[in-house]
Design a protein around this ligand. Structure first.
Ligand SMILES: CC(C)(COP(=O)(O)OP(=O)(O)OC[C@H]1O[C@@H](n2cnc3c(N)ncnc32)[C@H](O)[C@@H]1OP(=O)(O)O)[C@@H](O)C(=O)NCCC(=O)NCCS
Length: 212
């Protein structure tokens, strides 16, 4: 697990890079579209071979990652991301409906190493569950290696039913029916994330090129 930064050591450079600007511990999570394909590709290509193995179940090559990103249908699936103040995508989650049974979706997530153990993976999972709920889905699935301690922790804390087989785990979450409040909460979070992104975009444009 990444070392936690000691407050006595001054400002945390990792926190500064990730800019997981928190509002009561929450990070702004933005829905990505086809315009964000390049950012998503850059994010996934930045994963090392071990993380690629954990994310995809095999050590995806750059070419395989390019094909995967090119194949995402943003009108059908949902992709959520967390940007830092440099507008780098430090975390992304893909909720795939293609290939899933009716009423179900498959969840895949990655957080860059420098942003881990700060709750971002957990919040992306929670965001995915809200998405699934408000789209009328009844089951969210994820597959990962059983030794993936962080992912297993997220799954168990969310109350997922976990089945292990040959070193792999499949976890399923039963999603409750949507409600007016669940839609309102989603709408507020999306609006806050868009405002946060617009602010970062403005600040980024104002920076001299060498500071970007
Ligand atoms: C799995 C992953 C997304 C977790 O992201 P994250 O932002 O670090 O997750 P969180 O900060 O929400 O941490 C989740 C929990 O796991 C714990 N954790 C994090 N890293 C851990 C590790 N290496 N070993 C054990 N526990 C760990 C955290 O402490 C936290 O538990 P807590 O809230 O009780 O303290 C990230 O590690 C990752 O991108 N891994 C590579 C890709 C991958 O494995 N994807 C999942 C398969 S789809």
């Amino acid at each position: 697990m990444p070392e936690r930064h000691s407050p006595a050591a001054g400002p945390d450079p990792v926190a500064a890079r990730v800019d997981a600007r928190r509002d009561g511990g929450r990070v702004p999570i933005r829905a990505l579209g086809a315009d964000d394909r390049a950012a998503l590709l850059g994010h996934l290509l930045a994963l090392d071979s071990s993380d690629r193995y954990l994310r995809f179940g095999y050590v995806a090559s750059d070419a395989q990652i390019r094909r995967y990103v090119a194949g995402i249908d943003f009108a059908r699936d949902e992709v959520f991301g967390v940007f830092n103040r440099r507008l780098e995508l430090v975390a992304a989650a893909h909720i795939a409906l293609a290939g899933a049974a009716p009423g179900e979706a498959e969840f895949g997530v990655s957080v860059l190493a420098q942003g881990r153990a700060r709750g971002i993976g957990t919040q992306l999972f929670e965001r995915a569950a809200v998405f699934a709920r408000n789209r009328g889905l009844h089951t969210l699935r994820l597959q990962c290696l059983s030794r993936n301690a962080a992912m297993m922790r997220i799954a168990r804390r969310a109350g997922m039913l976990v089945r292990h087989c040959d070193g792999e785990s499949e976890a399923t979450l039963q999603i409750p029916p949507h409600s007016l409040l669940s839609h309102l909460g989603e709408w507020l979070n999306d609006a806050a994330a868009e405002v946060d992104f617009a602010i970062k975009l403005g600040l980024h444009r104002d920076l001299p090129p060498q500071a970007r």
